[in-house]
Design a protein around this ligand. Structure first.
Ligand code: NDP
Length: 483
């Protein structure tokens, strides 16, 4: 299988290659076949991308919002028209089943482009009466933004960052994870086809140092990172030195709380979605499933039965529901967490071994009798490993749910809606669900509190993070001066 792009980078409106950059092999995770050979960006490529973005940004920002909107809207239409090809490419890049990439990845990206296209022309400032004099505000773009992506939702992440940035008049240089470099290149080409000016959205490939070069360049006004907490801390620090804006979408260990009065089948389904979709490689997963004592065994029985029916296999097979992990390193890490959970005394309910559909598969795994002190309840695994914990009272579970430095997401299942709202109000998380889990429509803000990050993606809230306010005071009379 080959998914070789025309070149490694997309800079200044065109494909760009520089074979002097470190070689980068792109593997299809299901078979570990090499599907593309790229090169990391050299300093020359990074310079061309930033300079191109700087050159494109001012003119783009000066265009009417409806003109900018039209470009993004066309890009959304092109993505939808090519949905099947893009889904296949995403499956090759990530190893996620076609069943997922057809409905989740690019479709969510297209929604984002469409949403921010619609929003851009509605953004206005305000006027502030001052008794004769007055002031008004202008919402201005930040300039050139850097986007740095993780490997789990590479194309969605590229769109979620590009859409609010571009719609509000910014330009962007985007660095995908070196493990999943292919989707963002397609977005760059599609934006040009949709009428974006050359240089507006550039993609440069590489590892951490390429991201670091972007985060420290004085011409970059903002860094939006999706990645792990340790990387987030490093990038935030680098950005702080230049007083740059940041959005940080980082890791989590989110609680999903199931009360005894919940619709148990829905709660089981949500826990499975929130632990096994994308083979568990989702930042907002509800990986600590707290189940109220009276229904715990019934919950586990349903969960084990349904988990046993998950179809793992070739991600390109339409029947497959569950794919491999992204890399050998991730596989080793996840298997290490499983071994540790066993060693620390968690009860294995199902799974718990490497999968047999290919080298990078891990069985969907459920551990019960997990305690708050166990490693499995404290560290992000980023794989298909669910921890089920038992609780007895509402106040107890709220305290335990909040007993982590992470604060990305949380969910509550209950038949008592008053309790649902009461509990969610006390959970320390940026994104929460009542009787649902992991749904992230573009209309709703997505983001974190505590160590899981800051800033918000999606919704009107994202506009705050890609624009800055200019205040304009207008004097209407002579200046009253004591001098
Ligand atoms: P990493 O933190 O390893 O990497 C994220 C990105 O940052 C990669 O593109 C990486 O490059 C780059 N990078 C690494 N070091 C630096 C540096 N010093 N300066 C600038 N950029 C750098 O995360 P993963 O790719 O392993 O993704 C998994 C993590 O992402 C998990 O913790 C997960 O929770 C989180 N995540 C969060 C989401 C959210 O929205 N909150 C969504 C999805 C994932 P390289 O290509 O070398 O890795």
């Amino acid at each position: 299988m080959i998914a070789q792009p025309k070149a490694s980078h997309f800079v200044n409106g065109d494909w760009m290659e520089d074979t002097a950059g470190e070689a980068l092999e792109v593997l299809y995770p299901a078979t570990q076949e090499v599907i593309a050979r790229l090169h990391c960006a050299t300093p020359g490529v990074i310079e061309a991308a930033i300079a191109g973005a700087v050159a494109a940004q001012a003119d783009w920002a000066a265009r009417k919002p409806v003109e900018r909107a039209r470009v993004l809207r066309r890009a959304a239409d092109l993505i939808r028209a090519r949905g099947e090809d893009l889904a296949r490419l995403e499956t090759l890049d990530t190893g996620k089943p076609l069943q997922e990439t057809r409905v989740a990845d690019w479709p969510s990206g297209a929604d984002s482009l469409e949403y921010f296209a619609g929003l851009a022309p509605t953004l206005t400032g305000e006027t502030i009466p001052l008794g004769g004099d007055f002031a008004y505000t202008l919402r201005e773009p930040l300039g050139v933004c850097a986007g740095i992506g993780a490997w789990n939702y590479p194309s969605q992440i590229a769109c979620w960052k590009a859409a609010p940035a571009l719609s509000t008049g910014n330009a962007m240089v985007f660095k995908p994870s070196e493990m999943t470099p292919l989707g963002a290149l397609q977005l760059a080409a599609i934006l040009i086809e949709a009428g974006a000016p050359a240089g507006l959205f550039n993609v440069v490939q590489g590892r951490g140092p390429v991201g670091a070069a972007l985060a420290t360049d004085p011409r970059i006004a903002k860094v939006s990172l999706t990645g792990s907490v340790p990387t987030g801390a490093r990038v935030y620090q680098a950005a702080a030195a230049g007083m740059k804006h940041v959005t940080m979408e980082l890791g989590g260990k989110s609680p999903l709380i199931v009360f005894a009065d919940a619709d148990l089948d829905s709660a089981v389904g949500a826990a499975m979605l929130g632990n096994f979709y994308s083979s568990g490689q989702i930042c907002s997963n509800g990986t600590r499933v707290f189940v109220e004592k009276p229904v715990k065994e019934a919950f586990l029985a349903k969960l084990a039965e349904r988990t046993g029916r998950i179809i793992a296999g070739d991600p390109l097979d339409e029947a497959t529901q569950f794919g491999p992990l992204i890399s050998a390193a991730q596989h080793e890490k996840v298997m290490g967490y499983i071994a540790r959970a066993k060693a620390e005394g968690a009860r294995l309910v199902c799974g718990g071994a490497a999968g047999n559909a290919g080298p990078l598969f891990v069985q969907p795994t459920v551990f019960a009798d997990v305690t708050d002190a166990m490693t499995l309840a404290r560290e992000e695994v980023f794989g298909p490993v669910m921890a089920v914990l038992e609780f007895e009272t509402e106040s107890e579970v709220i305290a335990r749910a909040n007993g982590t430095d992470f604060g990305l997401a949380a969910g509550v299942f209950t038949g008592d809606l008053a309790r649902g709202h009461r509990v969610v109000a006390q959970l320390q998380a940026g994104t929460t669900w009542i009787n649902a889990y992991n749904l992230t429509p573009v209309e709703m803000p997505f983001g974190a509190v505590k160590a899981s990050g800051l800033g918000r993606e999606n919704s009107r809230a994202a506009v705050e993070h890609y624009t800055q306010l200019k205040a304009v005071y207008v004097g209407m009379g002579p200046v009253d001066s004591p001098y």
